[in-house]
Ligand binder design. Sequence first.
Ligand code: APR
Length: 228
Amino acid sequence: MKKIVVLSGAGISAESGISTFRDAGGLWENHRIEEVATYEAWERDHELVLKFYNQRRKQLLEVKPNAGHYSLVKLEEKFDVQIITQNVDDLHERAGSKNVLHLHGELRKVRSTADPNLVYKLDSWELNKGDLCEKGSQLRPHIVWFGEAVPMIVPAAKISSEADIFIVVGTSMLVYPAAGLIDYVPVKSPKYLVDPNAREIRHISNLTVIPEKAGTGLVKLVDELLAN
Ligand code: APR
């Protein structure tokens, strides 16, 4: 079975009603996203950061996977599909995709501030100041904030290096190290970029740009790959 690796970003969830980072102007309640999604912000004001992620989690309960997410599930009929997502939502999983690696963490999970290995699934949408891990330390969102290390980049690079086909969908390819994963893909492997505002990404060989939304462009690409 050929291996298809998909690198997804905020754009694949846009048609579900979750606004992308850069399309939303990078603002939340007059705060720049960089002012809430950093470790410095957390140190300065736990409550502000918790409120931001509580809102994101609450919104997640109100949205559903879209045709783009479902098309990737269909791809598993004929391919070994591995998704690497920068998204912290769980829409790939809820659509039914089997192999999903989250590069930037997961909204539905929280972790201890004392021991990063203590990760918990949150049942409700709310995490508050005073919610503690089993060691008595404050719980924080299980999110990779700006300026923090991206531990999953190591397995993600290995997976990318094994891709027979690489699909990039709904990401501005501006945020590293995620955007650099395409450099690990073998030169001979076909690469596709699905994004309505797609621009050429540096000098990447074997790249086909599909300047469409995931709901149309990705669905068509998947149908073509399954038909061949
Ligand atoms: N289908 C496909 N792509 C779309 C759609 C759609 N319906 N709507 C918008 N897009 C594209 C935009 O054109 C843009 O190129 O999705 C991309 C979203 O880019 P960003 O907002 O930069 O999101 P992303 O690339 O996922 O951001 C990377 O940055 O803010 C941090 O950690 C955060 O994971 C995030 C990372």
